[in-house]
Design a protein around this ligand. Sequence first.
Ligand code: HEM
Length: 516
Amino acid sequence: SGFPSVLRNGLSKLGFPREILELVFNWVDGNEDYLKIPEAKGSISAIRSEAFFIPLYELYLTYGGIFRLSFGPKSFLIVSDPSIAKHILKDNSKAYSKGILAEILDFVMGKGLIPADGEIWRVRRRAIVPALHQKYVAAMIGLFGQATDRLCKKLDVAASDGEDVEMESLFSRLTLDIIGKAVFNYDFDSLTNDTGIVEAVYTVLREAEDRSVAPIPIWEIPIWKDISPRQRKVKEALKLINDTLDDLIAICKRMVDEEELQFHKEYVNEKDPSILHFLLASGDDVSSKQLRDDLMTMLIAGHETSAAVLTWTFYLLSKEPSVVSKLQDEVDSVLGDRFPTVEDMKKLKYTTRVINESLRLYPQPPVLIRRSLEDDMLGKYPIKRGEDFFISVWNLHRSPHLWEDADKFNPERWPLHGPTPNETNQNFRYLPFGGGPRKCVGDMFASFENIVAVAMLVRRFNFQMALGAPPVEMTTGATIHTTQGLKMTVTRRIKPPIMPVLNTLETTILLDQKTE
Ligand code: HEM
């Protein structure tokens, strides 16, 4: 039954006009009433501008919670309505797959957990979720602290030299260092080194992002993909990463074979708490491509997202000094000069709210992608099998119908003693980590990582937009990037002087002299 939709997608990729395909395939599929979903008209070329979700927001205000958007032979349904999003992601999630996302990411993630569908996804989700158990995440907090401390040392130098820093690339390196250790116990040390492997990771990431916004899949053209210098570079980068992965898997396998630990639910090897170690100890097949696909998936999923969250959080903070003072007060009183511990995660309530609010204004990724596997009803609209969907988290998070002062960065909108906002308690108007069975497996990991980084950085430094910094504008790949970086001036915080007790005498004398 999937054949017509495969054929239809194939033909549409070859450039057949959508109208004709629809006519033919509606006839093949049987001819129910055709959908009455509003159809966006106008200059669709605007969608190819840097941040494609911005024109989608304008169209949402005009056409509402679900509308169709066509460019050339391609057509998408854009969803910005919480109950339709809930239906697709949760209530009837079985009827939807990752669609074009799986096609775009195949070269790097294969059948890894993000693009995988059906039985493969079910089996792998069941293998991977247990690896991120509470004790593992708690063990990661020390790693988050050490990695952030390395960044602090770097910023310390910049502060002394009076040199501005480009924070987006530093955050990208911070989160790469963290995820490398966390997923397969590899120290990229990208904050200090530019090794070949770091460059390879960025080559692959850039390619994945370019492919997600490319109008035609030129990388699929048979000869081109072998002779294009760029595609060759991507292939070489992939090979280097895969070879490194193979080495890491072999090293880890040896450790697992030698250790005496019994595998159990909250298994953690203290020397190597990585997800890879857990998976191998739980009996994962070392030789499988599946394991490599999943590791690669987590490397990318956990790296770019967190980097983007930190970038936009610091951008937002640079515009709200009053939020920064509150944040610093909390961090000063909870942490002082200590590294954060897992107990602190509960106490850093305002820090958490700042990140919740940053994730509302800059969701990563800004849209979720799905394809319908069967006919379905979305609210009052019937839809066909084989439709491609963009669920615009950006629109949900910034809808004037769902939020008061939707565009305002206001961490206070989340009461400190209320529950931490998530898709369930916000009825799918807020989905920073998705929802339903395909919800992010790294949500707690990522939240703690961001809390630790923000807390440690604002504790030590003040951040301001650098004088003459380029304007901060958005562009998209998988996550929201700045167009020209986030250039900031970093200064060490001047802590309020602490009055030493011994000085009381001197102070009295001074005061006495004054009153003389
Ligand atoms: C899925 C966001 C960090 C691993 C997702 C999804 C979102 C998301 C929105 C759902 C995608 C969809 O439904 O199409 C984020 C954000 C992060 C973050 C904002 C950081 C702030 C991480 C980390 C890891 C991770 C650190 C790994 C350790 C995954 C995986 C999936 C996923 C494997 C796919 C789950 C599945 O399909 O079953 N993430 N993520 N993420 N995320 Fe994250």
